[in-house]
Ligand binder design. Structure first.
Ligand SMILES: [Zn+2]
Length: 163
């Protein structure tokens, strides 16, 4: 009698085989204690994996978070925010990344705005300085350098021209 190979047996315990193959294996397992033992072991492994998966998606995970949030912020709206969020999203995979994303977005958003405000202020200051400088010199063009005026002294200073 030909034994069932492990690949097929594992597919059988996973329920991945078509019905006719499943029936063949069932018939073999009735007669062969060796293969039956192997199949039982595979079923045990599946039970173990199943219980681990159940623990991962356990509602206690979320209860703990809710409890911690309620401890930190009694009566805060954060609680209902997370609660509503979790109805649509898998808390295991999305809750923490979305929280991180939110913080990152917040930093980027505020940082970007701060940058814009700072940049605008610098530009305004530069314009004010150049406008003040022009009005101080009381000229509109640098081509005309009246003798003894501030601009002629200024051009001597920057040009190093002593004449
Ligand atoms: Zn067998």
């Amino acid at each position: 009698m030909k034994h069932i190979n492990e690949k097929k047996l594992s597919a059988y315990t996973d329920g991945e085989l078509p019905e006719n193959e499943t029936n063949k294996i069932k018939d073999h397992l009735k007669l062969c204690s060796d293969c039956r033992k192997k199949a039982e072991q595979l079923f045990d492994v599946m039970d173990l994996l199943g219980s681990i998966e159940e623990k991962e998606v356990s509602p206690y995970f979320f209860s703990k978070i809710k409890y911690k949030i309620s401890l930190n912020n009694p009566g805060n709206t954060t609680y209902s925010f997370f609660n509503r969020w979790a109805i649509f999203k898998n808390p295991k995979s999305v809750l923490i990344p979305s929280g991180v994303m939110l913080i990152v977005l917040l930093i980027v958003f505020t940082g970007n705005n701060l940058g814009k405000i700072f940049h605008t202020k610098v530009i305004n200051q530069e314009q004010m300085i150049s406008e003040e400088f022009n009005s101080l010199l009381n000229i509109s063009s640098l081509d005309t350098n009246p003798e003894g005026s501030l601009i002629s002294k200024y051009s001597i200073l920057i040009g190093g021209d002593n004449e």
